[in-house]
Write a protein that binds this ligand. Structure first.
Ligand code: C2E
Ligand code: CA
Ligand code: CA
Ligand code: CA
Length: 281
C-alpha cells in the first residue's frame, strides 16, 4: 500500500469522525478495486423519439465489491473524485465503452449507426492527458470518433469558461461529439451554449419528472428543446419513466429519450440481447 496521499495521511488524524473514516476505508477499497479490475460498465439505451430505435447507449459504471456486491456510482464517485482515483477509473470506463461500441458495430456492420456516451467527471475534464487518453481509446478500439459522445455536466463546463473552450476544442478536434449533461440544474448563462462546440443537451431528470404534473416544468423543457434546436443541438430527455412523459416529450419535438420506461442500465450481455431483438422500443 502507498504511504503517501491525502487519504492515508488523514488516517492518523486523531479527531476524525465516523463518516470520514468510512470514506477513508472506501478510498483504500477503491484503490484496490482499480488494481483488481472490480468495475463493470452497464449500458442504458438512448431511443429516438421519432423511430423508437435504439440510437445509442450511455455507459454507466458500477463497482462489483467483493463483499457488498454491486455498488452504485453515487456511493463511490465522490470519493473517487476526491482521491483522484476517478482518473484511472474513468480512463478504464472510456476504453471499455469504446471496445463495447466497436464490438456492437462489428456484430452488424450494416446496422444503423449508434453512439456511445461516456461521462467525464470534473477531475478528468481538467486533467492535461484527457485528449490523449480519448485519442488512445479510439485508436485501440478502432471506434469511429463520431460515434463517441463525451458527457460533461453543466457545472463543470461553467467552472472556468475560458479553459473549457480550449479543452472542448481539443476534444472536438478528435472528431468526438460533446453533450452537456444534467442541463438545467446549473447556472449557465444560455449565451455560453453558442460558444461551446456541443452537440447534445441532456435535460436533467428532475425536469422530465414533473412535465406531466407541473405546467412550469413542461414550459421549461419545451423551451429548452426550442432553444437547443435553434442552436442546432439535439436534445436528450433523461429519466423518462412513463408513457405520458414520452408522449409529451414527443409533442415538444424532443429528439432522444432515455429512462426506465425503455430500459434500465444493463450489463453488456443483456444490452446485446436487446439489440439483437431489432424491434423498436
Ligand atoms: P447521470 O450521468 O445523470 O446518469 C443517469 C443516471 O440516471 C444513471 O444513474 C441512471 O441509471 C439513472 N436513470 C436512468 N433512467 C432513469 C429513470 O427513468 N429513472 C430514474 N430514477 N433514474 C434513471 P447511475 O447509473 O446510478 O449514475 C449516477 C451518476 O453517476 C451519473 O448520473 C453520473 O453522474 C455518475 N456516473 C455514472 N457512471 C459514471 C462514469 O463512468 N464516470 C463518471 N465520471 N461518472 C459516472
Ligand atoms: Ca450522464
Ligand atoms: Ca445526466
Ligand atoms: Ca442526473
Amino acid at each position: 500500500a502507498k504511504k503517501k496521499g491525502k487519504a492515508n495521511h488523514e488516517v492518523f488524524e486523531p479527531r476524525m469522525d465516523a463518516p470520514a473514516l468510512g470514506r477513508l476505508r472506501m478510498g483504500t477499497d477503491l484503490r484496490r478495486a482499480v488494481e483488481r479490475g472490480e468495475f463493470r460498465v452497464h449500458y442504458q439505451p438512448e431511443v429516438s423519439l421519432e423511430t423508437g430505435e435504439v440510437v445509442g447507449f450511455e455507459a454507466l459504471v458500477r463497482w462489483e465489491h467483493p463483499e457488498h456486491g454491486l455498488v452504485a456510482p453515487a456511493r463511490f464517485i465522490p470519493v473517487a473524485e476526491e482521491t483522484g482515483l476517478i482518473v484511472p477509473m474513468g480512463r478504464w470506463v472510456l476504453e471499455e465503452a469504446c471496445r463495447q461500441a466497436r464490438a456492437w458495430q462489428d456484430l452488424r456492420p450494416d446496422g444503423p449507426p449508434r453512439v456511445m456516451s461516456v461521462n467525464l467527471s470534473a477531475r478528468q475534464f481538467e486533467h492535461p492527458d484527457l485528449a490523449r487518453d480519448v485519442a488512445r481509446a479510439l485508436r485501440e478500439s478502432g471506434l469511429e470518433p463520431g460515434r463517441l459522445v463525451l458527457e460533461i455536466t453543466e457545472s463543470v463546463v461553467m467552472n472556468d469558461a475560458r479553459s473549457t473552450v480550449g479543452t472542448l476544442g481539443e476534444l472536438k478536434a478528435l472528431g468526438v461529439r460533446l453533450a452537456i449533461d444534467d442541463f438545467g440544474t446549473g447556472y449557465s448563462s444560455l449565451s455560453y451554449l453558442r460558444r461551446f462546440p456541443v452537440d447534445y443537451l441532456k435535460v436533467d431528470r428532475s425536469f422530465v419528472d414533473g412535465i406531466g404534473e407541473d405546467p412550469g416544468d413542461a414550459v421549461l423543457v419545451s423551451g429548452i428543446v426550442d432553444l437547443a434546436h435553434a442552436l442546432g443541438l439535439n436534445v436528450v430527455a433523461e429519466g423518462v419513466e412513463t408513457q405520458e412523459q414520452l408522449a409529451l416529450l414527443r409533442g415538444m419535438g424532443c429528439d432522444l429519450a432515455q429512462g426506465y420506461h425503455f430500459a434500465r442500465p444493463l450489463p453488456s450481455e443483456e444490452a446485446s440481447t436487446l439489440l439483437a431483438r431489432a424491434r423498436p422500443l
